[in-house]
Design a binder for this molecule. Sequence first.
Ligand SMILES: [Zn+2]
Length: 210
Amino acid sequence: MAKEKVAGDALFLSGSLALDLVNTEMIVRRKKRDVLSSPDDLAHWWQAALAHHPEQDSVEGGETPLAWTFDLLEEVKRFRQSLRSLCTYLVEEQSTTIPDLELLNHILSLGYRSVQLTPPGEIIPVYRVYDQQKGRILLPIALSALRLLTEAERQRLHKCRNDRCILFFYDTSKGGTRQWCSLGCLNRSRSIHQYQQRHNGRSHGMRNER
Ligand SMILES: [Zn+2]
């Protein structure tokens, strides 16, 4: 139960759908944890992601249910791995990214922009996908990644400053000074710092007594 809560708190804090997917791999109590370990997990995560990102581009066909298969899970995980390497490149400016960009382009090509007439007669933009099964989940994430790579400010993309944490986030704070993924990581870092200060203070004191 407590474990679920830790995972839940970490899930949608990045400010970006693409980063939220990357963050489904996390460290909980020093152990790597994969939130997407079954097709069911993926279904639950996607429901929550839709609720957390109402601003995402709408993809036509949202009413028909998806088949949550192991194949789909594998596709999503492959994309997640690729997005992690792209984010790491952006943050640390290392490693080659051509295959990762090619995968992103491939996923972007699963859909196309079009127009739709709403019942009240309004014309709205929507995305249509060639492959409903893959496209309806992968395309919105790819579009989010596209915005992150091409429209966002690179210096606002960060990996959490906690060395034991592998989460990424996009800093939307006014001053752009956010360093930790969450209050949890900030507090852990503060308590380590305070412990070190106390510890140093004590050894200092002992030296003075002699
Ligand atoms: Zn963190």
